[in-house]
Design a protein around this ligand. Sequence first.
Ligand code: HEM
Length: 753
Amino acid sequence: MESSKPTQIVKGVVEAAVEKVGDALTPDVPGAPGSAPPPLKEPTTPHGPLPPKDEQGAPDTRTPTGAETGVPKIAKGQQGAYLTTANGARLRDTDHSLKAGPRGPVLLQDHHLREKITHFDHERIPERVVHARGAGAHGTFVAYGTAEEVTRAGFLKKGRETPVFVRFSTVLGSRGSADTVRDTRGFATKFYTDEGTFDLVANNIPVFFIQDAIKFPDVIHAGKPHPDREIPQAQSAHDTFWDFVSLHTEAQHHTMWNMSDRGIPRSYRTMEGFGVHTFRMVDEAGATVLVKFHWKPKLGVHSLTWEEAQLIGGIDPDYHRRDLYDAIEAGAFPEWELGIQVFPDTPEETFAGIDLLDPTKIVPEELAPVQPIGKLTLNKTPRNFFAETEQVAFHVGHLPPGIDVTNDPLLQGRLFSYVDTQLTRLGGPNFTQIPINRPHADVNDMLRDGFHQHAVHAGVAPYRPNSLDGGNPFPAGDREHAFVDTPVTVAEAPKVRAAPASFDDHYSQVRLFWQSMSPVEKEHIIRAYTFELGKCYHQAIKDRQLQCLANVDPVLCEQVAIGLGLPVPQPTVPFADVQPSPALSQVGREWPADGRMVGIVVDAQGDMNDVHEVRRAVFAAGMVPLLIAAHGGTVDGLPVQRTFATGRSVEFDAVLLAGAPAPAPDALPARDAKAGAAGSSTVDPRVLLLVEEAWRHAKVIGAWGAGAEVLNQAGVTGTPGVVTGGSGAEVLTEVQRLMAAHRVWERFPASVA
Ligand code: HEM
């Protein structure tokens, strides 16, 4: 999907407004900042703001009360050619404060200085107490109509298209933490439906740590950095975390998912999403079913290896954010299908013996298939990160008519928590009026005033009943599609602080998950537990967690114990007899390779003929080619996006070798050897490192022509997933076929069956 867009869109504006320079670089490279190539000299001819980049979206232009304004979405955040104060007075100078003489004290009178600094002082808002690190994107959701028979929700009617904003996140880290840490990922979607906003505030793991929201501060306090030194950042590999989860054993199921490959996703585009809780759907006649929501990524569920995650954390801490935005900019729009598992709404609220109100339990897909009900496509990046991604406010209670909550005690607490935290985070009660949060349905509430009130409310009677405003607003009935609070029967019972007895089973589904993994996935889980517990200081905590693993599976426990050098405890609960769920494994299927990154190593001195064709073919296959060469700039007219010094294998899903470049002038054998690059007098050591790493991480590698020599020197010729051929096109065809499996799994030795 080659895009000629950056040049096209901005050309006219740039030519009219910006002083041109000779050969401004205008690569068709996703991620290049700004909508126009910058001139060499500072522009001095006044002109209006440049347009946003083509791939950038923005919130709809709505009034604070949800009405369409008719103002086109392309409206700019800033107007006019001149710098002004916040009140629009044009400014002569923003480089010097107003002083009593050039050496004199600064004058209190300098409103511009004080406005500029005061505003700056308040530029940060408190970051989210959890899920602080995230990335958002705009898109659309199109309903298949398959949910019509179970819900009256209008946005799920066949063919209905609804604008959405999605924010992905990690849970534990601060706003500036790395993307590829081992953690749960948030997957929160705001559907701007015309019956009110629906927020599906989901995670990439279908179960949660705790069964009752009252434990949320506990689990988060345990997972966040230690309060004395404020370390470690964005990690669960520390004593307080394992202290809590080994004592509060209902956390063991979620923790096993965290220790699996799900804890280190390849990208946001390759994650599943889960509503976790059971929700209730209500049809036109008031009949109800219970449902669980699932997001299924079109590209499949894929993960990084642990070593890749570590390397990327240093080399490109913004990896997931960049991947999302580059994919959208390249036109490889990420897609998911929304699906539901449907269960009869019985008084017991169970299915196949599984308590549907227990958020630490899944219902295996083999027992209740996920039925697709619509498709999500993310097609616009935010124009302003702060205004959109940072200020978006999700809430599990934002529900349209036709979807309702259940009594899941975790969900019940969440209903309180989100609005409460947003009052502080967003500086008052009017955050639904922030552009990204504005509903696309008519708003006629009786909420008034408060910090940052944007709506200029008319009328005198924000109360009901009233006659002074003619009785408006009026309550709506069924005909007007009012929200239905399902009249669920609440059993007569004493008030207690307790959970149902069915919530006491903390191990059977952990075992189910473990038994559903392939050998290589089991191997990864063992390594993850060993690493995390190995980082704990306290022996008692390691012993206690090993006891939990003993209750899951003897092989798992034994392998981790060997890694820790500790004795293997005996189980204290009988093993549950569980049926594996193949749907939980990420291995063994094939997926489209859209948006995958293909590194192409070129030798500027070698044969470049095939490279043009291969690069075009990679684009045409919906993937992103990145040329890697000895130096930046261009080679044979093609943009070089990584040099041997900046390119590292972890960025690529596959590596192609179009040549065997000799050591570049900046190659230092001694230093590169320290970084792991093998010595060679004929091939640049960093190219060998690239190939060795890509091989170790089970990525497909292809070579033609002189490129085959690199494979020989790296010692990988003829091994699984290493493709050679007479031409670039021939090699690419086979590489692409192999990439469908995500990795060359047979290269991973597994120590367990
Ligand atoms: C099934 C369990 C849960 C899931 C799937 C979940 C998911 C999420 C997600 C995706 C976000 C990030 C929203 C964003 O991108 O802005 C978030 C934020 C948050 N969650 Fe949860 N969460 C869960 C449980 C809880 C519980 C039990 C509580 C509290 C009792 C809680 C409190 C919060 C808070 C306070 C935020 C920050 C919201 C903000 O500042 O706007 N969560 N959660």
